[in-house]
Ligand binder design. Sequence first.
Ligand code: CO
Length: 134
Amino acid sequence: MRVKKISHVAVAGSDLEQAKVLFHDILGLDFSGSERVEHEGVTTHFYEAGESSIELLEPFSAETPVGKFLSKRGPGLHHIALEVEGLDDYVLKLKEARIVLLSEEPQLGAHNMRIIFIHPKSAGGVLIELCEKS
Ligand code: CO
């Protein structure tokens, strides 16, 4: 049971063309692909930054969780993801400590990772994702 690294930092609703110019053309990060996560209603676009990546979130519609986030808060930082070993043990430990989670159990996210979110009110105002390779 350990945290391996920051897996990714996710940004919601940014201009994809502007992001490509900044992250790829100017900063030189590799674009590693897009993925539709159907049950979350979001397309993810990943830029690789060393051991970690920057994940741009593009909602299918305003009715999705990220769509609602955008109408409430506007574009910006959406979540920080920590890659862990022992996700299920972490979930038990978090529940014991009465930390608020967004789901009862881990779900399948992008890149075939099992993920669970910690509510911002339990994490200093930032949504935290824990993920583990499945
Ligand atoms: Co994420």
